[in-house]
Design a protein around this ligand. Sequence first.
Ligand SMILES: *[C@@H]1O[C@H](CO)[C@@H](O)[C@H](O)[C@H]1NC(C)=O
Ligand SMILES: *[C@@H]1O[C@H](CO)[C@@H](O)[C@H](O)[C@H]1NC(C)=O
Ligand SMILES: *[C@@H]1O[C@H](CO)[C@@H](O)[C@H](O)[C@H]1NC(C)=O
Ligand SMILES: *[C@@H]1O[C@H](CO)[C@@H](O)[C@H](O)[C@H]1NC(C)=O
Ligand SMILES: *[C@@H]1O[C@H](CO)[C@@H](O)[C@H](O)[C@H]1NC(C)=O
Ligand SMILES: *[C@@H]1O[C@H](CO)[C@@H](O)[C@H](O)[C@H]1NC(C)=O
Ligand SMILES: *[C@@H]1O[C@H](CO)[C@@H](O)[C@H](O)[C@H]1NC(C)=O
Ligand SMILES: *[C@@H]1O[C@H](CO)[C@@H](O)[C@H](O)[C@H]1NC(C)=O
Ligand SMILES: *[C@@H]1O[C@H](CO)[C@@H](O)[C@H](O)[C@H]1NC(C)=O
Ligand SMILES: *[C@@H]1O[C@H](CO)[C@@H](O)[C@H](O)[C@H]1NC(C)=O
Ligand SMILES: *[C@@H]1O[C@H](CO)[C@@H](O)[C@H](O)[C@H]1NC(C)=O
Ligand SMILES: *[C@@H]1O[C@H](CO)[C@@H](O)[C@H](O)[C@H]1NC(C)=O
Length: 683
Amino acid sequence: MALVALSISLCIAILDTGCGTKPSDFHSLCKLEEKTVHCNGKRLISIPQDLPAGTEKLFLDGNLMQTLKNATLEQYQVLQSLSLCKNGLETIEPGAFLGSTSLTVLLVADNDLSTNYSVTATALWTLLVLQKLDLSGNQLTEAMMSTLIEHLSSLESLSMARNAIMRLDDSHFKNLPKLQHLDLQQNYIFEIETGAFEGVSGLQTLNLAYNYIPCIVEFDLTQLQILNVSHNHIEWFLAVENDAVFELETLDLSHNQLLFFPLLPRVNKLQTLLLTHNKMNFYGNFSNHSESSVQLLFLDGNVTNITTHELWEEMSHSNLSFLTFLDMSWNQLWYLPDSFFEGMVSLAHLNMSHNCLTTLCIHEKELLKTLVDLDLSYNQLLDIQVNFGPEVSLLSLQRFNLNNNRLHGLPAKIFTHTKNIATINLSKNPIEICTPHGAGSSSCVDISNVASIRNLFLAGCDLHELGNDIFQGTSLAYLDLSNNPRALLNGLGPLEDVAQSLQVLSVRDTGLSAARTEMDFSAFQMLVELDLSENSLTSFPESLIDLKLHTLDLRRNHLHSLPQHAMQKQLGKSLHTIYLSQNPYDCCKLRWWDTLCNLGTVHIADMSQVTCNHSSRFINAANLPEYVLQNCSWLAPDMTLLYLVLAFPTCLALLVASAIIFLTFRQPILQMVKSRYRTSSPY
Ligand SMILES: *[C@@H]1O[C@H](CO)[C@@H](O)[C@H](O)[C@H]1NC(C)=O
Ligand SMILES: *[C@@H]1O[C@H](CO)[C@@H](O)[C@H](O)[C@H]1NC(C)=O
Ligand SMILES: *[C@@H]1O[C@H](CO)[C@@H](O)[C@H](O)[C@H]1NC(C)=O
Ligand SMILES: *[C@@H]1O[C@H](CO)[C@@H](O)[C@H](O)[C@H]1NC(C)=O
Ligand SMILES: *[C@@H]1O[C@H](CO)[C@@H](O)[C@H](O)[C@H]1NC(C)=O
Ligand SMILES: *[C@@H]1O[C@H](CO)[C@@H](O)[C@H](O)[C@H]1NC(C)=O
Ligand SMILES: *[C@@H]1O[C@H](CO)[C@@H](O)[C@H](O)[C@H]1NC(C)=O
Ligand SMILES: *[C@@H]1O[C@H](CO)[C@@H](O)[C@H](O)[C@H]1NC(C)=O
Ligand SMILES: *[C@@H]1O[C@H](CO)[C@@H](O)[C@H](O)[C@H]1NC(C)=O
Ligand SMILES: *[C@@H]1O[C@H](CO)[C@@H](O)[C@H](O)[C@H]1NC(C)=O
Ligand SMILES: *[C@@H]1O[C@H](CO)[C@@H](O)[C@H](O)[C@H]1NC(C)=O
Ligand SMILES: *[C@@H]1O[C@H](CO)[C@@H](O)[C@H](O)[C@H]1NC(C)=O
């Protein structure tokens, strides 16, 4: 009882706070929410003067305020955050913020502040505690920018994205000691002079994405944690060669023109290195070491400075022991230098898809113990070598993607150490599956007894007819065998070992044919998704009707109809989606189709493409023309007539026989009738 009382009072308390927005907070135009006011998109030409004086956050985006007039914010003394994006704002009058001593956030993105920037600058200078300023999308040049931010020494975050900045030097960011976040993406920056960021010694994140930077040399921003220079034209990235400690954790160099692996700071805290979509390669094979160096010429005033860099040798010198995420996909790597992974003792995600690798060797010293995700898809791999020393490699590997290569097999013992491997994609490789005799060879893949594996992709491998115990000792949940036209010519036998565990199975185009083999799915009790398309099934496998399938694909088979009762059992209860098109269904036997459509619970995903065969013409089953129905019903009586004609002689014979019997026993029968009537009739 006490409990009930407590819960009631709790409810009341909750209701009470729910009604906290008092009617006095109502405003005709704007939405008031505690100390926040939303007046977005109201065609306002000036700041409303009748808002609560205690307003702390004010959103006025998408209005029509060309000028922010003197003293318009005077009465909002405690205003902390003001947003005036997309207003066509040209001028902020010098006295606009007088009295706004608490303003810490000013968002004026997508306006025309370049028009009268010097006047606006005077206004900004009055904001003594401003921490965050968004000036993106205002057509500002670097000169305008430096005027606008000149005295904002309290600034911590500045966005100058989408402006017209072309070059940066040490005059542009002066006196911003607290600046931590600087966003310069989507400008036209093609040059950054040495010392450009000297005035912002506390900078932690710098975004220079989508500019025209051709190279970064002598990179020396030691305090920087995140550097984003993706989508530029960078061919070189060279950090200064000294033993300074760099705080750099994330470096995004993706979508550039990098020709070499970047020369990273020797001492760094790099965790994420993104190098996707570049032109990187290693050139150790093409020249000897004395030639793999480059000399850089620095012109500083009348001083010329020449420095020499060893191109990729240096890479092994930088300590990448914190690196967890390395993306080198979409480059032109032919090979990896010896001991490339040495020292990468934290690497968890490695993506080298879409390169030109032909072999991959993992040496004894490079244990890759922490690697979870290894993506080597879309290469030219013919061979993978893993040297299994006394210590165990690839211990943590969970996902291994080898899709689209030229592998025939994998190292024999590769899965004996990878105790956590769950997903393997070997699709589009000319692999062989090891037979019991072939196991132990590296010219085939041995999946059997890899207990941890759950998801296996073997699509388009041109597999031979599968043997019966290839999946022994595994408990696969997801198996893709599609596009191996010979794989299941002998039926479902090879899947017996995984029938109990499979949840998703694709046997599209695997040579299944009901005519040749018994297709018994009754053991696949966990199955929820089944793709049987592109086989030559002539009849619906009866055993499916007791499964709990959600999705069933029957496209491109030779089915003439589905059993009328298919949807009355378990299948009808669980099925969500079915694919049926490209089968020669008989237009005159579509009762199953009507039942299915009327069921309402099953989504026929390719409804409009389902056709049926009517005298060798294919007609859309979803709206059969009237004449087809007529022809069918015309055909149907035809059939009864036929049956009548066939039955006629039998009937005649029966009739004659009964007539003879009747005539022979006429007397007794008549007497019997008479006698019965006599007794029963009450005359
Ligand atoms: C706005 O205020 C500034 C300084 O408070 C003053 O110099 C300027 O003349 C004023 N402008 C207008 C249009 O009133
Ligand atoms: C710039 O601002 C001043 C002062 O508010 C104003 O008089 C002038 O008309 C503005 N110029 C433009 C081009 O908007
Ligand atoms: C770098 O900036 C681009 C453009 O804004 C963005 O798409 C990308 O996610 C950023 N990279 C990182 C590592 O945040
Ligand atoms: C490059 O050299 C290494 C060893 O020196 C060799 O294993 C590899 O096959 C070579 N790669 C190419 C593309 O020539
Ligand atoms: C290696 O470098 C030396 C000296 O620079 C040169 O004489 C030699 O031809 C080079 N060898 C190759 C294979 O390029
Ligand atoms: C060249 O550099 C020297 C010293 O570094 C300096 O005294 C001189 O003025 C410079 N000349 C020019 C033309 O800049
Ligand atoms: C030239 O390079 C040397 C050594 O790297 C360095 O000490 C010196 O400051 C550089 N001079 C200029 C003008 O960059
Ligand atoms: C790399 O740095 C880590 C952490 O600072 C250190 O423990 C390790 O010894 C370094 N490795 C090398 C090869 O210098
Ligand atoms: C690897 O990169 C490719 C292409 O950029 C991407 O499609 C794929 O999802 C990545 N793989 C992993 C495991 O992140
Ligand atoms: C495996 O490879 C196939 C064939 O290219 C692809 O369709 C599928 O998405 C891949 N699966 C995973 C999990 O990478
Ligand atoms: C379509 O039906 C006709 C008989 O109406 C039959 O002869 C023909 O083989 C059927 N076509 C297909 C593809 O099954
Ligand atoms: C079906 O009916 C149409 C029009 O009534 C006729 O042209 C066609 O020959 C008929 N087809 C069959 C198989 O009876």
